[in-house]
Design a protein around this ligand. Structure first.
Ligand SMILES: Cc1cc2nc3c(=O)[nH]c(=O)nc-3n(C[C@H](O)[C@H](O)[C@H](O)COP(=O)(O)OP(=O)(O)OC[C@H]3O[C@@H](n4cnc5c(N)ncnc54)[C@H](O)[C@@H]3O)c2cc1C
Length: 630
C-alpha cells in the first residue's frame, strides 16, 4: 500500500489553475469592463425583465406550501438529519430536477426561479438548501447538462430529475484550494478506468447514488467522471459533522479499484477542472441565494424583536447603536437580493458573460451575510446566543439567530474561499493587462518576445490611459434619469476609473510581484464588489420605483454605506500594514512569539493536521444511508 501525496510547487499550482481558466470572452462582461475603468451601465440597465413562467410560479407556490407545512427545520437541526420523508417529498415536487431540462423530466427552471426556490427552502433549513444546491449546482445535473453527450444526458438526467441525489467529489485530505495536488487516480483499463483514492467532505456523499468524481488520468490530467454511487469498490467511510448545516450528509468516500466505463467521462480527458469552473459560473449563484434567505430572516427577526424588546425606556431598535445595525441588515439584504436577481436574469437572457459578476456576488454575499447574522445575534442580546429550542422550552419565541450564524459560516470557505475568490477575480481584473503586457513581466520570456510585447503594450496603454482621466461621472447632471440615485452612479463611474488607475499603477510598481500582493488585490476586488452592488441596487430601485418607491430609500441607504466602505478600501490600497503583517506572520510561524501561547492548555494530541491516506480496500464499515425512493 502507498500513501498518495503529491509534491506540487507554487508555479505548478498556478499553471493548473491557469489551464482551468476560461480564457476567452465571447460575450460582453460588465465586471470585466468595470475593472478596466469602463462603467458599462448599459450592459445591466434597463433592469432585465423577468420571463413569465406560470409553471415555475406554480412550482414555487407548491414548494412554499411544502416547506411551511411539512419541513420541520428545527427537527433537522435537533436530529442532525434530514428525514427520509423530506427527500421523498422534495423528489415528488420535482425539486431534484429544478435545473434539468423538461425533455429529460426536469422542471427546466431559469436561474432566477431556481435561486428563489433555494431562498425559500433555505429559510426553513439551510441544510436542505445545501442538499439541493450541491446536487444541482456542482453535482451531476449541471456538468452533464452543459458538457455531457446526448447518451449521458439520456442515461442520467431523468434519474436525477426523478429524485436520485448526486454529489461532487473533488476535495481530498491533501487537496482543498489547490487541485494540482489531486491524488485520486483513474488508470486506463479495458473499456474504461479504474479509480483509486479517498475523497473528503463530499456534500450529499453519504446518500448520493450518482457522483461526479474528479480524478487524474495519467498523462492526460484531471478528468470528471460520472460514477454510480453503488459501484463495487466504493465505501462511504464516514459522515462528517460541522459547526453548522447539521443535517448535511457529508462524506469521506473511498474508491478502491472502482471500474468506471469510458462512456462516463464528462467533456473529455483532462477537462475536469475547466468543467468544474465553468459549471460554477452559474453554480456560484446558489450560495448567495442562501445568503439572501438568511438576510430576509434577519430583517424579519430584527424588526419584530427590536420593536417589542424595551430597555432603558425605549424599544431597543430606537437606540442609535441598535438602529445602525438594523439599517445595515436591511440595506445589505436589499443589495444581496438585487445583485443575485440581476446576475440570474443576465445569465438567463444569455447576452452577457456573467463569470465575474457571479463570483462577485458569491464573495460579497457570503461575507456580508455573515456580518448580517452577527449583527442580528448582537441585537438579540443573550437570546442571540441561545439555541432556538432552549428559548422554546422556556415558552419564548424560537428565533434561529445563532443557528443562522453557524450555518452561514461555511459560505466563506466552500465553492471558492474568500481568499481564492479574491485571487480568481483579481486574475480576471488584470487580464487585459496580462494579455498585452504579461510577457514583459514574465522572467521566462525571451528578449525578442519582450520587445514585441512592449510595442503592443505601448499601443494599448496609449489608447486606454487617457480614457481613465475623464468620464461621465464628472458631469454634474449625468445619470439624471436615476433621480435621487444619480449621484451614486456618478460615484461608481469615477470610482471605476480610479480603480483601474490604481491597478495600472500597482502593475507598473510591482510588475510580476503583484500576484503576491494579496492584500492589495483583495481590496481591488472588494471595491469592485461594492461598485457592482451599488449599480445593481440603483438599477433595481429605478425599475421598481412606481410600485415600490421605498426601494429608492434602501438603494440610497445602501449606496451611502457602500461608498464609505469603498472609500476606506481605496485609502487602504496605499496605507496599510500588509508588508508588516507578512513579516509578523513569518515571525509567528518561526515561533518567535511562542510566549503568547503560554498559560493555556493546548494539546493537539500529536496527530497530523492533515491525515495521510493509503490506497487499498476499506478497513471500516460502509456508513452509506439509503433513502427509499419516493
Ligand atoms: C461543509 C463542507 C462541505 C463541503 N462540500 C464539498 C463538496 O461537496 N465537494 C468537494 O469537493 N468539496 C467540498 N468541501 C471542501 C471545500 O470546498 C474546501 O474546504 C475548500 O475548498 C477549502 O479547502 P481546504 O479546506 O482544504 O482549505 P485549504 O486549501 O487548506 O486552505 C486553508 C486556508 O488557506 C487559504 N488559502 C489556500 N490557498 C491560498 C492561496 N493560494 N492564497 C491565499 N490563501 C489561500 C484558504 O482560503 C483558507 O483560508 C466542503 C467542505 C466543507 C467544510
Amino acid at each position: 500500500m502507498t500513501t498518495t501525496q503529491r509534491n506540487v510547487s507554487e508555479q505548478q499550482a498556478r499553471q493548473v489553475a491557469e489551464a482551468a481558466r476560461e480564457s476567452e470572452w465571447r460575450k460582453p462582461s460588465f465586471g470585466k469592463e468595470l475593472f478596466l475603468g469602463r462603467f458599462r451601465l448599459d450592459l445591466i440597465d434597463p433592469w432585465p425583465t423577468e420571463q413569465p413562467r406560470p409553471d415555475a410560479d406554480e412550482f414555487l407556490r407548491k414548494l412554499g406550501e411544502y416547506v411551511r407545512d411539512e419541513m420541520d427545520g428545527a427537527r433537522i437541526e435537533r436530529d442532525d438529519r434530514i428525514p427520509d420523508e423530506v427527500f421523498q417529498g422534495l423528489a415528488r415536487l420535482g425539486a431534484f430536477g429544478m435545473k434539468i431540462p423538461k425533455e429529460y423530466g426536469g422542471l427546466g427552471l431559469s436561474n432566477l426561479h431556481y435561486c428563489r426556490a433555494l431562498t425559500l427552502v433555505g429559510s426553513a433549513s439551510a441544510s436542505v438548501g445545501a442538499l439541493l444546491s450541491a446536487h444541482q449546482s456542482i453535482g451531476v445535473p449541471q456538468p452533464v447538462k452543459v458538457f455531457g453527450t446526448p447518451e449521458q444526458k439520456k442515461a442520467f438526467l431523468p434519474r436525477l430529475a426523478a429524485g436520485e441525489v448526486s454529489a461532487f467529489l473533488l476535495t481530498e485530505p491533501d487537496v482543498g484550494s489547490d487541485p494540482a495536488r489531486l491524488g485520486t487516480i483513474a488508470e486506463p483499463v479495458e473499456g474504461g478506468y479504474k479509480l483509486n483514492g479517498v475523497k473528503l467532505w463530499a456534500t450529499n456523499g453519504t446518500v448520493a447514488t450518482l457522483l461526479v468524481v474528479m480524478a487524474r488520468v495519467p498523462e492526460k490530467g484531471i478528468t470528471a467522471f460520472v460514477v454510480e454511487g453503488d459501484a463495487e469498490g466504493i465505501t462511504v467511510e464516514r459522515r462528517n459533522s460541522f459547526l453548522g448545516l447539521r443535517g448535511l450528509e457529508n462524506s469521506v468516500t473511498r474508491f478502491h479499484d472502482v471500474f468506471v466505463p469510458e462512456a462516463n467521462v464528462i467533456g473529455g480527458l483532462g477537462k475536469g477542472l475547466k468543467i468544474a469552473l465553468t459549471t460554477l459560473n452559474t453554480g456560484r449563484l446558489s450560495l448567495p441565494a442562501m445568503c439572501v434567505s438568511a438576510g430576509k430572516r434577519s430583517v424579519a427577526i430584527a424588526r419584530e424583536w427590536s420593536v417589542e424588546r424595551v430597555q432603558w425606556g425605549r424599544p431597543v431598535g430606537r437606540h442609535e447603536a441598535v438602529a445602525k445595525k438594523i439599517a445595515f441588515i436591511a440595506a445589505t439584504t436589499y443589495a444581496m437580493e438585487s445583485m443575485l436577481d440581476l446576475c440570474c436574469m443576465i445569465a438567463d437572457d444569455d447576452r452577457n458573460d456573467i463569470r465575474i459578476e457571479a463570483a462577485l456576488v458569491k464573495l460579497f454575499a457570503s461575507e456580508m451575510a455573515w456580518q448580517v447574522a452577527d449583527e442580528l445575534v448582537q441585537i438579540r442580546g443573550g437570546r442571540g446566543y441561545e439555541k432556538a429550542d432552549s428559548m422554546a422550552a422556556r415558552g419564548e419565541r424560537a428565533a434561529e439567530a445563532e443557528q443562522m450564524l453557524r450555518d452561514l459560516r461555511i459560505n466563506r470557505i466552500f465553492e471558492g474561499s474568500t481568499e481564492i475568490m479574491h485571487l480568481l477575480i483579481a486574475r480576471e481584473a488584470v487580464d487585459a493587462h496580462l494579455s498585452v503586457a504579461g510577457d514583459i513581466i514574465d522572467p521566462s520570456v525571451s528578449l525578442a518576445r519582450k520587445g514585441k510585447a512592449a510595442a503592443r503594450a505601448g499601443g494599448f496603454y496609449a489608447r486606454w490611459l487617457p480614457t481613465l482621466a475623464v468620464g461621465k461621472g464628472q458631469a454634474p447632471n449625468a445619470y439624471g434619469e436615476f433621480g435621487p440615485l444619480a449621484g451614486h452612479l456618478r460615484y461608481v463611474e469615477r470610482a471605476s476609473r480610479k480603480l483601474a488607475r490604481s491597478t495600472f499603477y500597482a502593475m507598473s510598481r510591482w510588475q510580476g510581484k503583484l500576484e503576491r500582493k494579496q492584500g492589495f488585490l483583495g481590496r481591488v476586488v472588494d471595491i469592485g464588489a461594492e461598485l457592482f452592488a451599488m449599480s445593481a441596487v440603483c438599477g433595481r430601485a429605478r425599475a421598481e420605483r412606481d410600485h415600490r418607491p421605498e426601494g429608492l430609500e434602501l438603494a440610497d441607504l445602501f449606496c451611502r454605506q457602500a461608498r464609505l466602505r469603498a472609500d476606506a478600501l481605496f485609502a487602504a490600497l496605499w496605507d496599510n500594514t500588509d508588508s508588516l503583517d507578512v513579516r509578523a506572520a513569518k515571525r509567528v510561524l518561526d515561533g518567535r512569539y511562542a510566549f503568547l501561547e503560554d498559560g493555556v492548555i493546548g494539546d493537539t494530541g500529536g496527530a497530523a493536521w492533515v491525515g495521510a491516506w493509503e490506497a487499498g480496500p476499506a478497513t471500516v464499515d460502509d456508513v452509506r444511508r439509503r433513502i427509499p425512493p419516493a
